[in-house]
Design a protein around this ligand. Structure first.
Ligand SMILES: Nc1ncnc2c1ncn2[C@@H]1O[C@H](COP(=O)(O)OP(=O)(O)OP(=O)(O)O)[C@@H](O)[C@H]1O
Ligand SMILES: [Mg+2]
Length: 242
């Protein structure tokens, strides 16, 4: 791609301010005795309000990058920035405050607590963040309504379908009003119909709440919704669209 086009695209994509960035990161796993080097000088930024997808073959490092961006893991070298500030010197307490308060996670498996109702599950991150207020209950109801599950408030996860559980996991990820949702194969366990429903919801929430969305996925129909699309290969990211 010619440099002028690349610059123009980067400029338009960065219309919002940078939320989470990685600079020149490298990740090496040696725990198993085999050295696995995943990224080489990888740079990536997601800005507020964006919808970005990262595709790539199995084992290429998509989940690892998402964990690094979500501050669940650290790179071997390079920097991770949150809202332009280096997170390197931050304590575990500060990092978990960012994770719980400013980032939302949706994984392939819903991770709902089995003994809590739909509403209690959605409110759980608020409890962790330091207690419930009346406004939180209203916010939870609003989010549960947005994902179309307000008729099932008192149900337990076991009483819901896979697609319904994943929609509740999505509402829970939004309860603290994060600037960004980090989604790892969010529809990986769902059939086509439920996947389409979840994908439409992600797009709707991105537009209605202006929450930035990063999905890592094999699912081409999900990637097709994103404004910027990257292919992870050869230790880096190749931009395909945006
Ligand atoms: N904690 C770890 N210790 C050792 N190796 C790891 C660890 N975590 C991941 N890896 C290795 O790093 C590589 C990338 O893993 P990752 O889960 O990021 O891939 P992925 O692109 O998400 O794959 P998939 O599409 O199958 O989910 C794999 O070869 C994996 O075995
Ligand atoms: Mg993965």
């Amino acid at each position: 791609m010619n440099d002028a086009i690349q610059t123009a695209r980067t400029a338009s994509a960065a219309a919002g301010s940078p939320l989470v960035s990685v600079e020149k990161i490298q990740k090496i796993f040696v725990e198993t005795g085999t050295r696995i080097e995943l990224f080489r000088d990888l740079d990536f930024t997601i800005a507020s309000g964006e919808f970005v997808a990262i595709k790539g073959a199995s084992g290429v490092g998509k989940s690892t990058l998402l964990h690094i961006l979500g501050m669940l893991d650290r790179p071997t070298s390079g920097r991770v920035l949150f809202k332009g500030k280096d997170t390197n010197g931050l304590s575990d307490k500060s990092l978990s405050a960012i994770r719980n308060g400013e980032l939302g996670f949706v994984f392939q498996f819903h991770h709902l607590l089995p003994d809590l109702t739909v509403k209690e599950n959605v409110l759980m991150p608020k409890r962790i963040a330091g207690g419930l207020r009346r406004a939180d209950e209203e916010r939870a109801l609003e989010l549960i309504r947005m994902v179309g599950m307000d008729h099932r408030l008192k149900h337990l996860p076991a009483e819901l379908s896979g697609g319904e559980r994943q929609r509740i996991a999505l509402a829970r990820a939004l309860i603290n009003n994060p600037g960004i949702l980090l989604c790892d194969e969010p529809s990986g366990n769902l059939d086509v119909k439920n996947s389409e429903h979840l994908h439409a919801l992600l797009l709707d929430l991105n537009q209605r709440l202006s929450v930035a969305i990063l999905v890592v996925t094999h699912d081409l129909s999900l990637a097709a919704l994103a404004r910027r699309v990257f292919m992870m290969e050869g230790g880096g990211l190749r931009q395909e669209r945006g």
